[in-house]
Design a protein. Structure first.
Length: 98
């Protein structure tokens, strides 16, 4: 029982350690917004106009679409086959040449 509690606590610790805190998320979002603003200015849009806001929105939509595409590709990619590993076959692997 003690091992199960320790394993559960360790798993919870790892799950929490993998999460970004709100300050990191806010900093990342602010940096992305600033990069989008710089890109729209580079493209010739004037800050504060509707066209500038549309440019920022379009960049955000493109980024979301790219993330969705990457997620779909990861989901559709089969895991690699690293076999045959020792113990996979109940008898010695017949095609081994060493």
């Amino acid at each position: 029982m003690k091992i199960a509690k320790t394993a559960l606590a360790f798993t919870a610790f790892l799950a929490l350690a993998a999460c970004a805190n709100p300050q990191e998320q806010a900093a990342r979002a602010a940096a992305q917004t600033q990069a989008d603003s710089a890109e729209c200015e580079r493209l010739g849009f004037t800050p504060g106009t509707e066209a500038f806001a549309n440019c920022q929105l379009k960049l955000k939509e493109i980024r979301a679409q790219e993330q969705n595409t990457q997620a779909l590709r990861r989901a559709q990619t089969p895991p690699p086959f690293w076999g045959p590993w020792p113990g996979y076959y109940p008898h010695p692997y017949p095609y081994r040449r060493w």
